[in-house]
Design a protein around this ligand. Structure first.
Ligand SMILES: [Zn+2]
Length: 372
């Protein structure tokens, strides 16, 4: 982890990456993490949906390395998995334009990307080896677009949602209480984030189970899986949705409010259904509580990026704020939030013409709706 004021070869490498991306005008003579570098790092973080703090931690470092790659810079092959980068995202976008389903454009060379690449190779008379070598690259670049009118991957995700029908019963929702074990997350006003998230998860789990939804929790009380492990679990059980529960902390005690996050990157890649679910969760919570509306945001956080289904991360209030902490300490408030999330999930699967106004749906209505 390094920051403004640091000096060294690694700082020089960061600057070289920023120059390559056009965020710094030229490589400075001395590898000093100066003010222009700090601004460039923050701009990069903003573009990529990372936490904008001007610090080079593992996530920003990884994103910088990945962003330097364009399609053709290296051999993309399933043998060298797992790897990720903007070159993989370019490959996925290209394959999707040509009508091959790579899943979400996330810059990760996974099984579905490999299958799409093999499909493309088969169809165009190339050796179907899943390796993006020179002849495959040439073919990809020569072919015109077959699919027009926006983002095929986004359309596909919406289609899948419609096919799954309006019934909640039988759906599988992965509930992800943040932190856990020794990692307590935010701590203030005698509350800790890990415990609040667990309690909220239990309340949500009960409500979902009552309407016939299957649930899987990403952790128990004593464990703290990595974000990657949590995403892998959701993919493994083929969840329909992932709901990640956190509470925030602020640098100032005045910071307060609720925000919801979904997958989205500056390049235009976005989870459309994730965005809709995040908006619904946000809307229902704001309608039912007096939390300040800190709105919905696109992020490339690992859990959002690596999950193959729509995922939403909720940051429910600031523990460091007197008002929010008092709300979060109240079990009745937690019940209201759990109900809001449940209603948001139900709404996601309702046809638009059956969608009653925000704040009106209650549990008995849902039990009825879920049998339709
Ligand atoms: Zn957290």
């Amino acid at each position: 982890m390094f920051r403004r004021g640091d000096v060294g070869a690694a700082v020089g490498e960061v600057q070289a990456a920023l120059v390559h991306l056009g965020l710094l005008p030229r490589q400075p003579e001395q590898p000093v993490f100066d003010q222009p570098t700090d601004w460039a790092v923050r701009e990069f973080q903003q573009n990529r949906g990372l936490v904008v703090d001007g610090l080079i931690g593992p996530e920003t470092w990884g994103a910088l390395q990945a962003a330097r790659l364009s399609l053709g810079d290296r051999l993309l092959s399933p043998a060298s998995k797992p790897f990720a980068g903007d070159d993989v995202a370019a490959l996925q976008e290209r394959l999707a334009e040509l009508g091959f389903d790579t899943g979400r454009v996330d810059g990760v060379f996974g099984r579905q990307t490999e299958a799409a690449l093999r499909g493309f190779q088969r169809e165009y008379g190339l050796v179907s080896d899943g390796v993006c070598g020179p002849s495959t690259l040439r073919a990809l670049k020569q072919l015109g677009r077959l699919v027009t009118g926006g983002q095929p991957h986004a359309l596909r995700e919406t289609e899948q949602l419609h096919r799954s029908g309006a019934a909640l019963a039988g759906k599988l929702v992965v509930i992800d209480p943040g932190h856990g074990g020794r990692d307590r997350g935010a701590q203030s006003h005698g509350l800790d984030e890990a415990a609040v998230a667990e309690d909220l998860a239990a309340r949500l789990e009960g409500r979902l189970t009552a309407v016939g939804v299957r649930t899987v929790l990403t952790r128990g009380a004593d464990s703290c899986p990595t974000e990657e492990q949590r995403a892998a679990l959701a993919n493994e059980v083929r969840a329909d949705l992932v709901i990640s529960l956190h509470v925030d902390r602020g640098a100032s005690p005045l910071g307060q409010g609720v925000a919801s996050y979904h997958f989205g990157a500056g390049s235009g890649a976005i989870s459309t259904v994730g965005e809709r679910l995040a908006s619904l969760v946000q809307r229902e919570i704001v309608a039912r509580t007096d939390l300040v509306d800190c709105r919905v945001h696109a992020k490339t956080w690992a859990l959002l990026r690596l999950t193959q289904m729509p995922a939403v991360r909720l940051e429910l209030g600031h523990l460091t704020n007197d008002g929010d902490a008092a709300r979060l300490a109240d079990p009745a408030f937690r019940d209201v939030v759990a109900e809001a999330v449940l209603v948001a999930i139900q709404r996601l699967y309702l046809p638009l013409d059956q969608d009653p106004p925000t704040g009106l749906l209650r549990l008995p209505d849902l039990a009825h709706l879920s049998t339709m």
